[in-house]
Design a binder for this molecule. Structure first.
Ligand SMILES: NC(=O)c1ccc[n+]([C@@H]2O[C@H](COP(=O)([O-])OP(=O)(O)OC[C@H]3O[C@@H](n4cnc5c(N)ncnc54)[C@H](OP(=O)(O)O)[C@@H]3O)[C@@H](O)[C@H]2O)c1
Length: 505
């Protein structure tokens, strides 16, 4: 159960609040995790009273509550929300907000613990926190807690991330800042920790002696939808790699911490990010790939427009919709083991997975048989983060018959077969963690900066060398040829995802 508090959401009319935050609050009510003394104050520029705000949410959010929503929990959610009309750029707004909160906690009898959620445009983040700081709303001296959840993107390069960290630290302590990456709220991502560190057979073979390489793929089948303007400024690299892909990498590659304490775990994650070999400018050319989709075809024959034809995208846009890279981690555990990362839009399926490819077994026993070493596929462990959440181990077995022929088979664990769990976005977990003061799954300042340190040289080289071959992959295909060559040069191939086949047909 979360302690009594007021959650103040900046950006109450926004997409994130409608699709993720209010539905997550509903889930927490349904699961009995919110106290009686819990209130949401939604802020935006709309002229609405509390009742009209509730009605709007009722209409906007229902489709995101899952099938067969619990009517009592949904009513509790709606009754807990209030509205205040504000313009965050107006300095007079902050004393008014302080007054409203003082009324709610004074005459209203609520407990003055405040969770501020910045679900608005990133350019407002620093101004909002400065405003809150000015009127004392971030002050914990009275014994009540004050926390701020900061949405992504956290900066657009290293310098801007450093600036943002400095601005936040001017008005509050690091322990009050919860930088959210909803990937870390996903059960399957957290399960990587359980899989690695709660099983005695896994960890001993989780290193360079056994592992040939690691692949991390975040594939999206959709285009940019209504986010063309934002995406065209950002691109696949900025949008996905410093946050989601490096978050997954840091969990896959970190050393065990000596406790489950937030700082102990985040220390290990930052250490591994800092151990990634930085790219020289020449290495950016050989170890990274960018791509942009052109028109293409879905598996069912439907035409898909190219990126440059999407709404609010420049017709000559040079923004990448695909990014891949090869990283090397300079630690005792990972020396010589490449980590290949890729992400892209309009790929043939939507899935996120980590593939651990083990080294070839010595072929001594089979050398006189018809089998050749290269014909024996290496073992792979596939951590399916979404969809079809689970873990599969591919290994070789003898095909029944007189000849000694091998076939690859799979041991498969599916979450759905073992656990009853409602579909979740990650926001439920992360909101509840913040409410209870557990920062383990949130990013610390150093962790964010380590991610940008890695990506900055890539952005520098990419912007200094304009692309001439965009679009260089057709929508509905696996990205540019250079993405395949990145692995082919090392004698490797991207793992073919099974789950995504269902997605495209
Ligand atoms: N949408 C998602 O699924 C998603 C996923 C991950 C991260 N995020 C992040 O979450 C944040 C919000 O994204 P979003 O998609 O919800 O954006 P959005 O739909 O554009 O919503 C922006 C919100 O900010 C409010 N706003 C804008 N200017 C304002 C002002 N001057 N004063 C007060 N309120 C103002 C808007 O309210 P009014 O215009 O009504 O005043 C609206 O409620 C961004 O940082 C985004 O990167 C979003």
């Amino acid at each position: 159960m979360a302690p009594p508090h007021i959650m103040v959401i900046f950006g109450a009319s926004g997409d994130l609040n409608r699709r993720k935050l209010i539905p997550a609050i509903y889930s927490l009510y349904r699961d009995g995790l919110l106290p009686e003394q819990f209130t949401v104050l939604g802020l935006d520029r709309q002229e609405l009273d509390d009742e009209a705000f509730r009605e709007r949410l009722d209409g906007d959010c229902r489709e995101f509550l899952g099938t067969d929503p619990d009517a009592v929990a949904w009513q509790s959610t709606l009754q807990s929300v209030y509205h205040m009309t504000v313009d965050v750029t107006d300095p007079d707004m902050y004393p008014r907000l302080a007054e409203r909160l003082a009324e709610m906690t004074g005459a209203g009898g609520l407990v003055p613990n405040f969770l501020f959620y910045l679900a608005t445009l990133p350019r407002f983040f620093a101004g909002i926190t400065a405003g809150l700081g000015r009127v004392g709303l971030l002050d914990e001296a009275g014994g009540n807690w004050r926390r701020v959840i900061v949405e992504k993107p956290f900066g657009h390069d290293l310098q801007s991330a450093r600036d943002m960290n400095r601005q936040l630290h001017e008005v509050m302590g690091e322990h009050q800042i919860y930088r959210i990456d909803h990937y870390l709220g996903k059960e399957t991502v957290q399960n990587i920790l359980a899989f690695r560190f709660a099983n005695s057979t896994i960890e001993p073979i989780w290193n360079r002696q056994y592992i040939d390489h690691v692949q991390i793929t975040v594939a999206e089948s959709i285009g940019v939808g209504g986010r063309g303007r934002y995406y065209d400024q950002s691109g696949a690299l900025r949008d996905m790699i410093p946050n989601h892909l490096l978050a997954v990498l840091s969990i896959v590659a970190m050393e065990p911490s000596n406790s489950f304490n937030a700082d102990a775990i985040r220390d290990e994650q930052t250490k591994v990010l800092r151990a990634i070999q930085p790219f020289s400018h020449d290495e950016v050319l050989t170890s990274t790939v960018r791509g942009q989709y052109g028109p293409g075809m879905q598996a069912d024959g439907t035409h898909i427009p190219g990126y440059r034809e999407e709404a609010e995208v420049a017709p000559d846009s040079k923004t990448e919709t695909y990014a891949a890279m090869k990283l090397m981690i300079d630690t005792w555990r990972w020396a010589g083991v490449p980590f290949y990362l890729r992400t892209g839009k309009r790929l043939p399926g939507r899935y996120t997975e980590v593939v651990i490819q083990y080294k070839h077994a010595p072929n001594i026993m089979f050398r006189d048989s018809l089998l050749k070493r290269e014909n024996v596929p290496p073992n792979t462990l596939v951590l399916r983060l979404q969809p079809d959440e689970g873990i599969g181990m591919n290994f070789n077995a003898k095909i029944p018959g007189h000849a000694l022929n091998l076939g690859t088979v799979q041991m498969n664990f599916r979450y759905d077969d073992y656990f009853e769990h409602a579909p979740a976005t990650g926001y439920e977990t992360l909101l509840h963690d913040c409410m209870t003061g557990d920062a383990t799954l949130f990013k610390r300042a150093d962790n964010i900066e380590a991610g940008w340190e890695l990506v900055d040289p890539v952005m520098e080289v990419w912007s200094a060398l304009p692309v001439h071959d965009f679009p260089n992959y057709a929508a509905g295909t696996w990205g540019p040829a250079a993405g395949e060559q990145l692995l082919a040069r090392d004698g490797r191939v991207w793992h073919a995802c099974e789950a995504c086949r269902a997605d495209v047909t």
